[in-house]
Write a protein that binds this ligand. Structure first.
Ligand code: HT7
Ligand code: ZN
Length: 855
């Protein structure tokens, strides 16, 4: 398969003004008739993309075309010498019933419980009909859907124009939808199903009454309120914070159980993975419920950042995703503790994006070439993309950032644009913002190193910082980037802040001097994680303990605990830290913080995951050693603070369910304390876990207890696993939890995974179920990186390569770190990857495999 390059971008020769689609669904196939009004923009052919389509007929301005009038290859149909104005009529047949790739129009479910649904981003529309399926072709869509009446729900984008029965086929009916907004084909959607609906309404600041509808299976409709409330909150938030009201009379969300990713922002008709929209206290953990709200908001925010202003080409994916992730993170920060939100976002970035940037899959936030764009829905594009917008927002300050975003919406509404356009609008108050373009072009995580020197006589403190980014092969030598470093100086005696400044490090090395500093302060750097970099500062452990006590920002307090933990875990690799400073700082901080902010207290006990620690190791990675070091420190914390666990657990009693930040904090801390108590072998802890499970008021409590029982191999764990299955076996999302707790258990082996795959409820066609076992397994690197573990994992990729290449390729990307393993494991992993290469054929998997192998 050939590479597509950003530098080769050319405008399409023809624009599409209107599209009329007529989609008729039958028992074994679907017929799609389309009429496209096209107008020439520049010289050249009409190029239509199409995949897995059976062409029945094609005509131009009423003239049927025969094979000699057009050229057709694998995925393209080209018509040369077309007139400047064209009405193109196309008839195709497709087979949604056998579409297991979940792209284009596919049938989800099985037996009597089926529905038809679409997924068109990025290039799924070409699996529905021949079309200039590229994001810079915007058109007005009218969609007629026709199906058997056993599917009463017929939905498409926009407004419902007509609904009726077929005169000559009384068991069939149809609906016609018209979307008045210009949109690219990747935002097209339709749903044909039998669903219940939860309705509500929202009135915009412009006075538009919007009908809000959440569609789900009847058994799930009672789990849609959280999502509906989140939608209303997001609509209001976008008006208040960005001045963006909604623009249609209807906003629909549909819950689908078979879906490749989280959710999709189709214009006015979002389609959601059930896992990302359904929520109830009895069946959904707090953290999942919180992410439901964030994902609802994310898809809603796309209406402006993605839909009304879209991407010129897929290289600009970060334009819509980075900005939208930044917006959903800001929304979530307004719904809970700002500090905890930032901790979670930074922890995700460090665990996944830093690892990606450090390995063979490293790529710029705006890639310059790809074979398969589906492979670039990555944490670099999304999360690092969001960090760039955050740096810009912080550099400008709230007022100028708002002026810049207003200008962006004013200038580019209704257009398909580039990252350069975005930066040019944001720089109206400060031209330096355009320098952030290099962050989009350069892969790799910058490392910022520094030290300070205090001049008592001059009463000045000088901080010297330098930056370095690894040279990723295939890209030009790295340049210094503009790195905002939020800095505060703390007085050693009082613990008060004596100066605060945003330092802009934009050269390889730079010094910054603070005047009138009467005694040497403790410096806090990169506050609130002001840039996505690794920081190596010349701290003493005592400075970090001091900051844990005196920092005013909860995020920064967490950050210093993480620095201390990393120093301890890096013992033997040049670090001289002893755990004592960390342990006594924790012992002092925990009791007070538990009472003040239980959620933050729970986070302060974080020890980075095994995968996160592994991502910092570039050579001779030994999964067993990392596991032992991590567990050793965890055990030490549990044993040292042993006396606190019983006190804390009792101080955090179970109460009837409440959805407040305090109640969520209490539940989170109680689960962490329970785990610590079992680790410290407190005699009663197993009984606490059983009681917590038996008396649970919600899934956070019940699943938290189950998880510790499984991980600590409590004698009754199997009985509780069985009980959990019995209680919830009619709920797929909860059964996903049941699979995942076993697949990610500390004791898991490839055999455990084999037996989970053999379970009657395991289903290769449901990505959530596959992930609940296979992705969960990757959280145990000691089991994954064995000959048996890898053979099982690569077998899964081979199995999915043809059936669902998007899923297969995403699973494969997790193996990118094979090259850092110690030699014995490295050779074995290499052999298995080479073997896999002979057995797969999708361009998705082949491209990822080539990158993973470093080819
Ligand atoms: N824009 C969407 C990305 C996406 C996707 C979603 C569901 C299924 C397949 C998909 N391919 C790409 C989701 C988002 O970022 O909002
Ligand atoms: Zn998105």
């Amino acid at each position: 398969p050939s590479k597509i390059n950003l530098k080769d971008y050319k405008k399409p020769s023809f624009d599409v003004e209107t599209v009329d689609l007529n989609i008729k669904l039958f028992e074994e196939f679907a017929q799609v008739d389309s009429t496209l009004k096209m107008v020439r923009q520049t010289a050249g052919d009409i190029v239509l993309f199409g995949e897995a389509l059976e062409l029945i007929s094609i005509s131009v301005n009423g003239e049927i075309l025969t094979a000699e009038h057009y050229q057709q290859d694998d995925d393209k149909l080209t018509i040369s010498n077309a007139p400047d104005e064209v009405v193109l009529e196309i008839q195709v047949r497709i087979c949604p019933q056998t579409n297991t790739a979940l792209e284009g129009l596919y049938m989800a479910g099985s037996g009597d419980d089926t529905m038809f649904v679409t997924q068109c981003e990025p290039e799924g529309f070409r699996k529905i009909t021949f079309y200039p399926d590229r994001p810079d072709v915007l058109a007005i869509f009218t969609t007629r859907l026709e199906a058997d009446k056993r599917y009463p729900t017929l939905l498409a984008n926009g407004n419902l124009v007509e609904f009726g029965e077929l005169v000559n086929a009384p068991d069939r009916h149809y609906a016609i939808w018209h979307d008045p907004t210009n949109k690219p084909s990747y935002l097209f959607a339709c749903v044909v199903a039998d669903l219940d609906v939860l309705t509500d309404s929202y009135t915009t600041s412009e006075g538009r009454d919007v009908k809000l509808e959440v569609y789900a299976k009847s058994a799930d409709i009672d789990k849609c309120d959280v999502g509906m409330q989140a939608l209303k909150d997001a609509m209001e938030w976008d008006e208040v914070n960005y001045g963006r009201p909604y623009d249609l009379d209807r906003y629909m969300i549909v819950a689908v159980s078979q879906f490749n990713m989280g959710a999709m922002e189709n214009k006015g008709l979002n389609i959601f993975n059930t896992a990302c929209v359904l929520s109830s206290p009895e069946t959904t953990t707090d953290s999942r419920s919180f992410s439901v709200k964030a994902i609802i908001a994310h898809e809603y925010f796309h209406n402006w950042t993605g839909n009304r202003i879209t991407c010129r080409d897929w290289f600009q994916l970060c334009l819509k995703e980075g900005f939208t992730v930044y917006r959903d993170q800001s929304f979530s920060a307004d719904q809970q503790s700002r500090a905890v939100q930032r901790i979670d976002d930074v922890a995700t970035l460090r665990a996944h994006q830093f690892a990606e940037d450090a390995g063979p899959l490293a790529h710029p936030v705006r890639p310059e070439s790809f074979v398969e764009i589906n492979n670039f829905y990555t944490t670099t594009v999304y999360e690092k993309g969001a960090e760039i917008v955050r740096m810009i927002a912080n550099t400008l300050g709230p007022d100028d950032f708002r002026k810049g975003t207003d200008e962006y919406f004013r200038r580019y509404d209704g257009q398909a644009v580039t990252v350069e356009d975005f930066l040019s609008a944001l720089s109206i108050t400060d031209s330096k913002i355009e320098n952030f373009i290099d962050w989009y072009r350069q892969p790799g995580t910058p490392v910022v190193s520094g030290h300070q020197s205090y001049d008592r006589a001059a009463q000045t403190l000088t901080i010297t910082l330098s930056q370095q980014t690894r040279h990723v092969s295939g890209f030009s030598a790295p340049k210094p980037l503009p790195i905002p470093v939020a800095t505060a100086l703390f007085d050693q005696d009082s613990g008060d802040i004596i100066a605060e400044r945003m330092l802009l490090l934009d050269q390889a090395t730079q010094s910054f001097t603070f005047e009138n500093v009467s005694s040497e302060p403790v410096v806090s750097l990169l506050r609130d994680f002001s840039a996505p970099v690794q920081l190596n500062y010349d701290y003493q452990d005592e400075d970090l303990a001091f900051l844990l006590k005196h920092e005013t920002n909860g995020f920064n307090r967490w950050q210093v605990t993480q620095m201390l933990v990393n120093r301890i875990l890096l013992q033997g690799q040049g670090s001289k830290s002893s755990p004592q400073v960390y342990l006594s700082a924790l012992a002092q901080t925990l009791p007070e913080l538990a009472a003040e902010d239980a959620m933050l207290a729970a986070r302060l006990l974080d020890i980075p995951s095994a995968q996160e620690l592994a991502s910092a190791i570039h050579k001779d990675y030994d999964p067993a050693l990392v596991k032992a070091q991590r567990e050793g420190l965890y055990q030490l914390v549990a044993d040292t603070l042993k006396d606190q666990w019983a006190v804390l657990y009792k101080q955090l009693p179970m109460q009837s369910y409440k959805d407040s930040p305090e109640a969520r904090g209490t539940r989170a801390l109680r689960n962490v304390v329970l785990d610590m108590a079992l680790t410290a072998k407190i005699e009663d802890a197993a009984v606490w876990a059983q009681q917590q499970y038996d008396n649970a008021s919600c899934m956070t409590e019940r699943f938290g207890a189950l998880k510790v029982m499984v991980n600590h191999q409590v004698a009754s764990a199997d009985a509780y696993l069985a009980d959990f299955y019995e209680r919830f076996n009619s709920n797929d999302l909860v059964i996903d939890l049941w699979f995942s707790v076993q697949a990610s258990a500390d004791t898991v082996t490839a055999d455990t995974i084999e037996s989970l795959i053999a379970h009657t409820d395991f289903d290769w066609n449901t990505p959530n179920r596959v992930r609940s076992v296979i992705s969960a397994f990757t959280s145990q690197p000691t089991a994954l990186w064995t000959a048996e573990g890898l053979s099982l994992y690569t077998g899964v990729i081979k199995k999915l390569d043809d059936a669902n290449p998007v899923l297969a390729s995403r699973l494969l990307q997790v193996l990118a770190r094979w090259n850092t393993l110690a030699e014995s494991h490295r050779q074995m992993a290499h052999d298995q990857l080479l073997e896999l290469q002979k057995q797969v054929s999708s361009k998705h998997v082949l491209e990822s495999l080539n990158s993973v192998l470093g080819a």
